[in-house]
Design a protein around this ligand. Structure first.
Ligand code: AMP
Ligand code: ZN
Ligand code: ZN
Length: 305
C-alpha cells in the first residue's frame, strides 16, 4: 500500500487499507478491527450469541485461516480445544501435524488428533487410489466433516469452529447457486445451532467477515507459524477458480464479497423458513444422512471390500 496513509484511529503509519470501510489501520488497530469482526460473527444476536462458557472444538488444518481463527478465539477468551485430522498424506500430513502441535503448545490450547489410517484403517491417498474416478475434494470434505462432527459430539462439545473465511464462503455460495440445489444455503450463517437429536453439533465460522488477505496479515502480525503448502488436489478445484475471480472482483468493487455473504445469509433463512429442516439418520452409524446409509459409512465399506 502507498506510504503516506495514516491510521484512521491514531497517528501511526497505516499498514492496511480496508477499502469497503474506507479506513486504514496501523498494526494495533488492524488487530482490533480483526478481533471485532470475529466478535461480530460470534456474539451478534442476529446470528446467535455464543457465550464464553460454551465448549467449542476448533478444527485446525495447520493453515493460516484455522490457526488465525484459533488464535483469535483464544485471545477473545472462548472455551476452546483444537482438533486436527491426520489424513495420511505422508510428508504433508506429518508436517501439518507438527505445525498444529507446536502452535497449540505455544498458545496453551489442548490439541486432539484423529489419525485416519490408525483409527479407520485407510489413508486419503489409499482412498483416492481405489476411487480414482471420483471427485477427490468431495470425498476428503465428507470425511473431514463427518469425523469432526463425530469427535465433537462424542466429547461433549456444543459447537465446532472452522477457519472458513469470507473468500471461501462467497465462493461456496456461488458454487451452491451453480449446483441448483439450494437447500445447501440452509446453514449459511456465521453461527448455526446444534441439533442434538440428530447428533449434529453447532457450527461456527468466526472468520465469516474476513478476507484471505486479512487472515494472512493477522497471522503474520502475530508471528503465527502456519503450514504454507497447499493441497495439490485442491488447486484446480472449481472453488479455487471461483476464489481467484472473486479476489479480483473485490479489488475492483470493494465490499462486494460482504454484500454477497449477507445476501446468502438472507437466502439461507428464507429457504429454512420455507423448506424446514429435513434430516434422516444413517442406519449404520446413527449420524445424520440424507440417504439410508451416510456417505462416510459408504466410503468405509468400500475400502473394506
Ligand atoms: P478447507 O476445506 O481445506 O478450506 O478447510 C476448511 C476448514 O476445515 C479449515 O479452516 C479447518 O477449520 C478445517 N480443516 C481442514 N482440514 C482439516 C484437518 N486436516 N483437520 C482438522 N480440521 C481441518
Ligand atoms: Zn492506529
Ligand atoms: Zn453412517
Amino acid at each position: 500500500m502507498k506510504d503516506k496513509k495514516i491510521c484512521s484511529k491514531c497517528e501511526k503509519k497505516a499498514i492496511i487499507e480496508i477499502k469497503w470501510k474506507k479506513r486504514s489501520y496501523c498494526k494495533q488497530h488492524f488487530i482490533e478491527y480483526f478481533l471485532g469482526q470475529v466478535k461480530k460473527a460470534l456474539r451478534n444476536k442476529k446470528y446467535g450469541k455464543i457465550e464464553k462458557n460454551i465448549k467449542i472444538c476448533v478444527a485446525i488444518s495447520g493453515g493460516k485461516d484455522s490457526l488465525s481463527c484459533l488464535h483469535a478465539m483464544k485471545r477473545l477468551g472462548f472455551n476452546i480445544e483444537a482438533l486436527h485430522i491426520n489424513l495420511g498424506f505422508s510428508k504433508i500430513s506429518e508436517k501439518s501435524l507438527e505445525v498444529c502441535k507446536n502452535f497449540c503448545e505455544s498458545i496453551e490450547v489442548k490439541l486432539n488428533v484423529i489419525d485416519l489410517k490408525k483409527d479407520y484403517g485407510f489413508s486419503l491417498p489409499e482412498l483416492f487410489e481405489k476411487n480414482f474416478n471420483k471427485a477427490t475434494c468431495k470425498m476428503c470434505g465428507t470425511i473431514r466433516r463427518y469425523l469432526i462432527n463425530k469427535f465433537a459430539f462424542e466429547n461433549g462439545f456444543d459447537y465446532i469452529a472452522t477457519g472458513h473465511n469470507l473468500s471461501d464462503i462467497t465462493a461456496q455460495g456461488i458454487n451452491t447457486l451453480l449446483s441448483n440445489y439450494f437447500i445447501g444455503f440452509r446453514s449459511f450463517s456465521p453461527v448455526t445451532n446444534p441439533i442434538k437429536e440428530f447428533k449434529i453439533c453447532g457450527r461456527l465460522k468466526p472468520l465469516f467477515f474476513l478476507t484471505d488477505e486479512e487472515n494472512k496479515l493477522y497471522a503474520r502480525l502475530n508471528n503465527i507459524n502456519y503450514f504454507k503448502e497447499k493441497c495439490e488436489y485442491g488447486l484446480k478445484s472449481p472453488l479455487n477458480i471461483l476464489k481467484k475471480h472473486l479476489k479480483s472482483l473485490e479489488k475492483e468493487t470493494p465490499g462486494i464479497l460482504r454484500r454477497l455473504a449477507f445476501s446468502f445469509i438472507s437466502f439461507g433463512k428464507f429457504i429454512e423458513k420455507h423448506k424446514g429442516k429435513s434430516f434422516g439418520i444413517c442406519k449404520q452409524c446413527g449420524y445424520p444422512s440424507a440417504t439410508n446409509i451416510c456417505d462416510f459409512c459408504r466410503i468405509v465399506k468400500n475400502m473394506k471390500n
